[in-house]
Unconditional design. Structure first.
Length: 190
């Protein structure tokens, strides 16, 4: 029986960071690939899917959920990338559906700066704090915030009380794959 893992995808303008994490929160494997924006959204997504499948095969694991961090603008409810300035040809790209169909697993899409804030909250400089602000300066500039350990942007669709972190020990974090690994709560948002 193969070990079950969650996949984290951090899509950037120049590189894509990928990670697989076990249900116990241990990193199974990680990899970086170039984005190659000139090849377009479909080809980039196929490269990501192929790389994730190779990673799962090499680590003898099964991907059971996927978290994607991507530059804005996004339509999170519809699972669409809406045309970030650093990703050509991504206008209304149905990224959630793309990965759900290929991996038959729940997929969560979130702004990459928010996922980086989550990674820092769980594993990095924000550990132990209730409120975290994360500013990213890379191919683009962005920011993510958690208030009382909840994403501002997810408050309207979350089912958590004010004393409990919405995301508890479920992310593989910022430095390797800022997209986080959302295995335990992905089904709540699908």
């Amino acid at each position: 029986m193969m070990e079950k893992v969650a996949a984290g995808i951090d899509i950037g303008g120049t590189k894509i960071a990928l990670a697989l994490e076990t249900l116990e929160g241990e990193k199974a494997v990680s990899r970086r690939i170039p984005t190659r924006v000139e090849i377009g959204a479909q080809a980039i997504a196929r490269n990501i899917a192929r790389t994730l499948a190779e990673m799962a095969e090499q680590s003898q694991t099964e991907i059971i959920s996927i978290g994607i961090g991507c530059p804005s603008p996004l339509d999170i409810e519809k699972g669409l990338v809406m045309s970030p300035s650093n990703l050509r040809d991504w206008d209304r790209f149905p990224i959630v559906r793309f990965f759900e169909e290929r991996f038959n697993a729940p997929v969560v899409l979130e702004n990459d700066a928010n996922t980086a804030a989550l990674g820092e909250f769980v594993y990095g400089a924000g550990r132990g704090y209730k409120n975290v602000v994360y500013i990213t300066v890379s191919t683009g500039i962005g920011g993510g915030s958690l208030l009382t350990a909840k994403f501002i942007t997810v408050l309207r669709r979350a089912r958590a009380n004010s004393d409990t972190p919405l995301f508890s020990s479920t992310a593989y974090a910022a430095t390797a794959a800022q997209s986080a690994v959302w295995k335990r709560f992905a089904p709540e948002f699908i």
